[in-house]
Structures are given as structure tokens and as C-alpha cells.
Design a protein around this ligand. Structure first.
Ligand SMILES: NC(=O)c1ccc[n+]([C@@H]2O[C@H](COP(=O)([O-])OP(=O)(O)OC[C@H]3O[C@@H](n4cnc5c(N)ncnc54)[C@H](O)[C@@H]3O)[C@@H](O)[C@H]2O)c1
Length: 441
């Protein structure tokens, strides 16, 4: 046995003991690291099957040679419904699990899709990598900055293909826009305005706590998050408005757009400074803890990014409720998923650069899934690597940390934390509820 393998098993065993896990993460851990050849069948498992996880599974099932071997959900009604639907599509019923650890033990599963709420992404992703699975994990990569760091290490240490669900990275229109910017077509890029106004950002109407619905394993839904009684307005779908599980509009929608704002200059590091204003200013009858109103200014080396959201409204700049304006000396590109166009500055009554009239865009989930499958077979990096996803998530979490601590933040690259700000540093690392333990890699 090599030293690294022995160390890994020792670390894994400690993790197993600390988490109260059994079965996986033993000497068997590397047993499933088979490499599929180009024509071999790919068997995927889905963990978290209600919304986007299922959408991504459907895109997988449209690709040749892909089968769903298992589905896991803590809610019987969703698990049963999805198993029936998948059986209709592929003529074979997937195995059904309520505990993801059982699905990860299943050696017939090559890759997993993680479609749970954000507070579960890190643990499940790390354990999936340790179990030898490739992973498609939804965005934002995790619910804290430290979990993102851990996930980067896990993907690289266990040599897994990990695609993060920032599907715009696979979108043709975004690739074209990035090319125009990098070729200098808008001139010197100095500022990017990013905004997202959505009604869903205020959460659902407040309702009293109630008994856990039949068939739901609520303790397993909470997982590493703090213990609490069941409340429908912070469960399926609406969990994203509570910091224990998500980060509100800025991490939820924002991470897709922030990713584009960083891609424009291939930024892979923290901003020089971050400052956020905003808070809970509206819709007191709706259940939300994350900011319904928020602005954040990010100072980078040679440009600024302005984030802005007003949850509960759906009107925005350029008549788009969400999008980006890439502002250069010569032109501005305004884009969202539906459309994009380029406006030109004028000089002596003439346009500085040719206008680009409105172009249609389209959703890119399927392209992103195709890229994941190709990479599983080629063992190349996918379009949204863990490193790319970590930086985008980091910017959005920083916006929230600045708001929650009412402070301007300055990043210390060497120490991987905020300079002189213990309160902000406490928000970098989540407090896992026992028996769950934040993985160490
Ligand atoms: N890429 C995109 O465009 C996009 C769009 C929407 C959502 N998302 C992301 O997808 C993820 C899921 O969001 P959603 O809107 O589908 O949430 P959802 O609440 O509708 O679905 C989450 C599912 O996970 C299940 N679940 C929770 N804990 C589990 C566990 N421990 N084991 C197994 N199942 C568990 C829930 O029961 C539920 O069925 C989030 O990370 C979200 O940010 C991405």
C-alpha cells in the first residue's frame, strides 16, 4: 500500500467515525474508479430529485448510452414520482434510496448528479469523489467559502471529473460575448453592472411550524444545518432565502451572472475589496432572512463589478429583469440568457464600433451536460471546473458576509481570510450539526 493511499484510508476512517457513517469510505473506496471508454454505457445516480436535479437528469437521459441507475431523495412522494417517470423513459426502474450514502455504495453507479439544497453540496460531493464517482453538482458550489475550498481539494485529490451547474459556461452566446470582449471589441472594459430582480427572492408567505409531512426524513433534509422544527416556507424550493441552507438571490441567481462578470477577464482570485448595502426592507409577510434589497461593489485590479437586486420586483435596466452590462470605452454589451446586443459610443457623430442588434440566446443545460459526459470519457476538465465555480461562489458569499457584518471586506490571500475582521471570518466556515463533520482533505 502506498503512503498516500494509507493516509487517505486513515483520514477517511476518521471521517467515517466522526460522521457516524458506515459502509463506504473504507478500503473499498477506490474500487469504483473505472474509466469508461467512448462507447460504454454511463450509469448515473440522482441525489435530490425535486427541481433542478431532475431537470439535469432528464438532459442526461436524452444522451445516447446514458441510464439512470438510482435515485435518492428524503421525500417519499418525490422519490416515487421520479422513479415512475424514469421507468417510463428508459423501460427500467432505477433503484430508490432515501439515504445518499447507500447510493454512493452502489458500484454500478458511475456518476452522480447532486440536486439538493446548497447546504448539502459539499458533504455529498466529497463523499461521492471518495467513492470514486464523477460528479455534476449544482450551483452555487456550496453554501460557504470554506466548503468550496474543500470541494476543490476533493475533486483534484481523488481525480474526479466535477462539473458545477453554472451552465452558461457551455452557452454559445456567452462564449461569443467573451470572445468579443477579449478581442477588445468594446475597448477597455472598466465596469460591469450585474442585476437580478425576481419575485421569488422574497420567499413564500409566512406560515406556522407544523409536524413533518409523512414520508419526509426531515432530519436528513437538515443534515449539517441547525436542528429546527418543520416549516413549509423554508423547505422545498424556498430554503434558498435562509442562510442555513442558501444565500438568497445573490448566491442563487447571482452566481451564474457573477461567473460571467469574472469570465470577462478570466479572474481567478478574490476582489481587492467588497462592500454591500441592503437588507430586509420589504414584504414582512413573506418568510425570508436573506436580503430582499441588496447592492454590492467589488473592486478588482482594473475594473469594478456592481451587483444589484430588488427581490419582489421584475423590472430592471435595459428592460431586462436580470442581466449584465459589460461597459467598455468604445461599447457596452448588454446580455442575459434570452438575448444580447452591443451598443456603441459615438465620436464625431459616428459610431465607434459597429452595433450588434439584438441576438437571441438560449438555455444551455443540455450543452453543459453533454460536456460533462464527454469529459467523463476523455478525463479532461469540464467547462465549469471546481476552481471556476469556487471563485464565482466566493464573490457572492463575500457580498453576503459584507452585508451581514456591515463592513467593507479586504481579502488576505496569504491567510485565506479577511484582514482584521474576526466577525466576517467566522462566516467563512459553517458549523456542522453532529453527527455531520466538515470534511478535511
Ligand atoms: N443551474 C441552474 O440553473 C439551477 C436552477 C435552479 C436550481 N439550481 C440549484 O439546484 C439545487 C436544487 O434546487 P431546487 O430548486 O431543485 O431545490 P428543491 O428544494 O426543489 O429540490 C431539492 C431536492 O433535494 C432533496 N433533498 C434534500 N436533502 C436531501 C438529501 N440529504 N438527500 C437526498 N435528497 C435531498 C429534497 O427533498 C428535494 O427533493 C440547488 O443547489 C439550486 O441552487 C440550479
Amino acid at each position: 500500500m502506498t503512503t498516500s493511499r494509507r493516509d487517505f484510508i486513515k483520514q477517511s476512517s476518521q471521517f467515517v467515525a466522526a460522521s457516524g457513517l458506515s459502509g463506504i469510505l473504507t478500503n473499498e473506496t477506490f474500487a469504483n474508479t473505472k474509466i469508461l471508454n467512448a462507447n460504454e454505457k454511463l450509469v448515473v445516480g440522482l441525489i435530490g430529485a425535486k427541481g433542478m436535479g431532475n431537470h439535469i437528469l432528464q438532459k442526461h437521459l436524452k444522451q445516447p448510452g446514458v441510464e439512470c441507475g438510482a435515485i435518492c431523495d428524503i421525500d417519499d412522494s418525490i422519490l416515487n414520482m421520479r422513479a415512475v417517470e424514469v421507468e417510463k423513459i428508459q423501460g427500467k426502474k432505477p433503484k430508490m434510496y432515501k439515504d445518499f450514502r447507500k447510493l454512493l455504495e452502489d458500484k454500478s453507479i458511475d456518476a452522480v448528479i447532486i440536486g439538493t439544497p446548497d447546504h448539502w453540496h459539499c458533504l455529498i460531493m466529497v463523499m461521492a469523489c471518495q467513492a470514486g464517482k464523477d460528479v455534476y453538482v449544482e450551483k452555487p458550489m456550496a453554501n460557504s467559502m470554506e466548503e468550496c475550498n474543500i470541494m476543490v481539494k476533493a475533486a483534484r485529490k481523488y481525480n474526479r471529473v466535477v462539473q458545477v451547474g453554472q451552465q452558461q459556461r457551455s452557452g454559445e452566446q456567452w462564449q461569443k460575448i467573451m470572445k468579443l470582449i477579449k478581442e477588445g471589441k468594446i475597448g477597455q472594459l472598466r465596469k460591469i453592472n450585474v442585476w437580478a430582480n425576481f419575485n421569488y427572492g422574497i420567499g413564500q408567505l409566512k406560515v406556522p411550524d407544523e409536524p413533518v409531512p409523512k414520508g419526509v426524513d426531515f432530519d436528513m433534509w437538515l443534515g449539517p444545518a441547525p436542528q429546527r422544527t418543520f416549516n413549509k416556507s423554508r423547505f422545498h424550493g424556498s430554503w434558498r432565502m435562509f442562510y442555513d441552507y442558501g444565500g438568497g438571490l445573490i448566491t442563487d441567481w447571482g452566481v451564474h451572472l457573477m461567473d460571467m462578470a469574472l469570465w470577462a477577464k478570466d479572474v481567478m482570485k478574490a476582489p481587492k475589496s467588497v462592500f454591500s448595502t441592503g437588507g430586509l426592507m420589504s414584504y414582512a409577510d413573506h418568510a425570508h432572512e436573506t436580503a430582499d434589497t441588496q447592492s454590492v461593489v467589488y473592486q478588482l485590479d482594473d475594473y469594478t463589478i456592481n451587483w444589484d437586486h430588488t427581490a419582489g420586483t421584475q423590472i430592471g435596466p435595459y428592460n431586462k429583469n436580470y442581466g449584465l452590462a459589460f461597459i467598455g470605452n468604445d461599447a457596452t454589451i448588454v446580455a442575459n440568457r434570452e438575448s444580447w446586443e452591443m451598443f456603441s459610443e459615438t465620436e464625431d457623430g459616428k459610431y465607434k464600433v459597429p452595433l450588434i442588434p439584438p441576438q437571441f440566446g438560449k438555455e444551455s443545460h443540455e450543452e453543459h451536460v453533454k460536456n460533462f459526459i464527454e469529459c467523463i470519457k476523455s478525463r479532461k476538465d469540464p467547462n465549469c471546473t471546481v476552481e471556476i465555480a469556487r471563485v464565482a461562489a466566493m464573490y457572492t458569499h463575500m457580498g453576503n458576509i459584507s452585508l451581514r457584518t456591515n463592513s467593507a471586506l479586504f481579502w488576505d490571500e496569504g491567510n485565506n481570510n479577511f484582514k482584521n475582521n474576526p466577525e466576517a471570518n467566522r462566516l467563512l466556515v459553517p458549523n456542522y450539526r453532529k453527527p455531520w463533520v466538515l470534511p478535511t482533505i
